[in-house]
Ligand binder design. Structure first.
Ligand code: HEC
Length: 123
């Protein structure tokens, strides 16, 4: 038994980076469904209800869609949603933008990277 135990670990170590680089946006889409879609719409032209539409968010100025209920803090942040800023925001939104109404964070760096890749694919 002890002889076989290292095998799955070695296999996982070999396979994980390949899967991670091939699938981040797909994994991010699944996470978005679970943790973001109850608030955010993500289709071109979709009307925002309780959170801004994230279609085309990558490269956009924070708080710049026609969503009516942005916090003054996010609107005044001057941020542009590049990958690094999205990653920081999703790590701890209120730490990056005190006063933001976005309260969901993704503590796990790999899951966060997958969601950022997914957001960048929405264009
Ligand atoms: C409970 C509702 C809710 C959930 C769930 C939620 N958000 Fe948000 N999100 C908001 C609100 C409200 C805002 C606007 C914040 C503000 O104006 O300060 C926002 C803002 C954002 C913005 C900035 C948009 C812009 O136009 O500047 C991004 C990016 C974002 N959310 C990503 C996500 C992601 C990714 C998830 C899932 C991990 C998520 N949000 C989950 C409510 C939510």
């Amino acid at each position: 038994m002890t002889l076989f135990r290292p095998m799955p670990l070695a296999l996982a170590a070999l396979l994980t980076p390949a899967l991670a680089s091939a699938q981040p946006a797909a994994e991010g889409a699944a996470i978005f469904k679970q943790q973001c879609q109850m608030c955010h719409v993500n289709a071109k032209g979709a009307r925002p209800a309780i959170a801004p539409n994230v279609f085309g968010v990558a490269g956009r100025k924070a708080g710049s869609t026609d969503f009516a209920s942005y916090s003054p803090a996010l609107k005044a942040s001057g941020l542009v949603w590049n990958a690094a800023n999205l990653d920081r925001f999703l790590t701890a939104p209120a730490k990056m933008v005190p006063g933001t109404r976005m309260v969901i964070s993704i503590p796990d760096a790999k899951r966060r990277a997958a969601v950022v890749a997914y957001l960048q694919s929405l264009k």
